[in-house]
Design a protein around this ligand. Structure first.
Ligand code: CNA
Length: 309
């Protein structure tokens, strides 16, 4: 269902891709904003396309807004809801898409300034991209909401796959543990702190939450630190496979100099109101990128070839 459909490009689109390949050749500080669309060909559905995760959440739960599934307070109240579909977003394999590999190849050709990745599936790392900022965190690590104990995806994967809420075993070991460990600096502010101040009975949710950014949580400082310096250096902006609906990433196209060319590669036209991309390539990103490889004269799977020589 989510595999890239057959897609035939018109002459006009082919010409636009040629324009983009020329731009890439001329650029050495390319900023890439990527989103769920680049993992769709890996079998991971996106949120907002028809039949995507949000449509199915709306069908299954009576939520006013399907984004509530990523609301921190909602998660604390009802983690079962989040974990009933979380299995769909964790990668089934570690095989990145052609679009992920292309971002890695931009880096290999010393053209990648930064990949601002909104995805949480970790496939950027699987593709070997080093200059990546995981704007919304990732599933690769997790923390107990109560005591801050750290976990890896491997620790909680079985629960996620079963659609069950992973619980902190370190919390459960001691019944009396109210604040058993110092709160981990990366942990979400503890739920038990609020509860314990109002009640003599300490509720022990001991729920493990993946280190992905929910609505109501700040982005990590790495995003702001990198962006403040990158915005002065960027010479080409590529926006690939995102509906650009989630701030502050959605504000990036408006926050860099209007002199910097901006290109959209997506299944649909998106972007902030009153904002126009210089070039819009509408279609499946892997197919557009495949053509780019030909025009740039780059080999796909360059790393594999280098390894075998
Ligand atoms: P989104 O809002 O679901 O938008 C995805 C966009 O990609 C849409 O505009 C689609 O038209 C487009 N698209 C879908 N398939 C393709 C394709 N083959 N080629 C090109 N474009 C395509 O997702 P965003 O990333 O914009 O939203 C940000 C959220 C979604 C982030 O916080 C993510 O964590 C979250 N998300 C991540 C994953 C993942 O990690 N793989 C999956 C689903 C959602």
């Amino acid at each position: 269902l989510y595999r890239t459909p057959t897609y035939r490009m018109k002459d006009e689109e082919l010409k636009c891709i040629e324009d983009l390949s020329r731009k890439i050749e001329q650029s050495s500080h390319i900023m890439v904003i990527s989103g769920a669309g680049i993992s769709v060909s890996c079998g991971i559905p996106d949120f907002r396309s028809a039949g995507g995760i949000y449509d199915r959440i709306q069908e299954k739960f009576s939520l006013l807004d399907p984004q509530e599934i990523f609301d921190l307070d909602m998660f604390k109240e009802n983690p079962e809801m989040f974990y009933s579909f979380a299995k769909e977003i964790i990668p089934k394999s570690t095989e990145p898409s052609l679009s992920h590999r292309f971002i890695k190849d931009l880096e290999r050709h010393q053209k990648l300034l930064r990949n601002y990745a909104q995805n949480i599936d970790g496939l950027e790392s699987a593709a070997g991209i080093d200059r990546v900022v995981y704007c919304h965190g990732s599933f690769s690590t997790a923390h107990c909401l109560r005591c801050g104990a750290a976990y890896t995806l491997e620790d909680i994967k079985e629960d996620i796959v079963q659609g069950q809420v992973p619980r902190c075993s370190r919390c459960c070991e001691e019944e009396s543990c109210c604040h058993p460990l110092p709160i981990h600096p990366d942990a979400t502010p503890g739920w038990d702190e609020e509860q314990s101040s109002n009640s003599s009975t300490v509720v022990a949710p001991n729920v493990i939450k993946p280190d992905i950014v929910f609505f109501g949580e700040p982005l990590n400082s790495q995003f702001f630190d990198c962006f403040n310096s990158d915005r002065e250096k960027v010479d080409l902006l590529l926006v690939i496979g995102t509906s650009l609906q989630v701030a502050p990433v959605s504000k990036i196209p408006l926050s860099i100099s209007p002199q910097v060319p901006q290109v959209l590669v997506n299944m649909e036209v998106v972007g902030p109101s009153n904002h126009w991309f210089d070039l819009e390539l509408i279609g499946p990103c892997d197919i557009i990128i495949q053509r780019l490889y030909q025009l740039l004269g780059w080999q796909q799977n360059e790393e594999q070839q280098q390894c075998s020589t």
